[in-house]
Design a protein around this ligand. Sequence first.
Ligand code: ADP
Ligand code: MG
Length: 290
Amino acid sequence: ATMPPLLSAIANAGRHGVLVKSAVVMERLGQVDAVALDKTGTLTEGTPRVTEVRPLPGSGLDEDAVLRLAAAAERPSEHPLARAVVDAARARGLSLPDAEGFSSAPGLGVTATVEGREVRVGAPARLLGDDSAAYEEVEAEGRTAVVVLVDGSPAGVLGLADRLRPGAAEAVGGLTALTGTAPVLLTGDNRRAADRLAAETGIHDVRAGLLPQDKVTAVRELADAGRRVMVVGDGVNDAPALAAAHTGVAMGRAGSDLALETADAVVVRDELAALPAVVRLSRTARRLVV
Ligand code: ADP
Ligand code: MG
């Protein structure tokens, strides 16, 4: 028997490295007319590196002490920034004490008790608010800044940098051509880091400093305006937006389990060029179905 067009399209999508979870999803991909992309781990490789460690005056801690406490608190986290902090500490030969009472808040950061001290590592604007002097120099360089709080007091700022995925600009260009509008960037990171990445890829609409629920609101606004929105993301923080999307797509390698389960399709090899390709496959299959 000849395979029905949507099933052949699923097989073809598989060859492009995209796992499409059902024929219904394969059909919906071709209806997409707006795209919202996450930044960290989606548009970027998701393997950031710590580029600087700045102890804050009055903390009484040096670079190694700040990094050691931060890494100990981050060790249980699966967030890309957490892995970068742990790797940086290990690269300096620091041995990490055990953390107790670990908890993490998607889009915010982590908290744990290390050697009897409460250590928080996370988004500077959320943890320090308007007191931006400590981290604005780091952000001005286009870096992702995270702040380290020890027993409630700001102890240090870490700067991290991530690389754009190869093929990101081409994928954005392809999606722009297919949908008639450039994708929107939705990120929990700071505006300057987000704007820099956007400029390199041809994205103009950047929403920064978003919590997971803010990403949902952004997707709903597009849907309310009549758009069928594809959301592409990797993190636990993206799961609510993936669920709210017309079509949710998760990055397979960098992706958290929750994102992979919530999404309708998975870019198994994290190859962004596959995104415009599957939209085209769907459109072709849909023409054959009718
Ligand atoms: P994105 O939307 O770009 O994928 P996230 O929502 O995962 O980013 O994170 C947003 C911000 O929250 C980060 O830029 C960082 O400041 C902070 N953050 C989240 N998780 C962590 C963590 N484990 N360690 C430090 N900071 C974190
Ligand atoms: Mg992400």
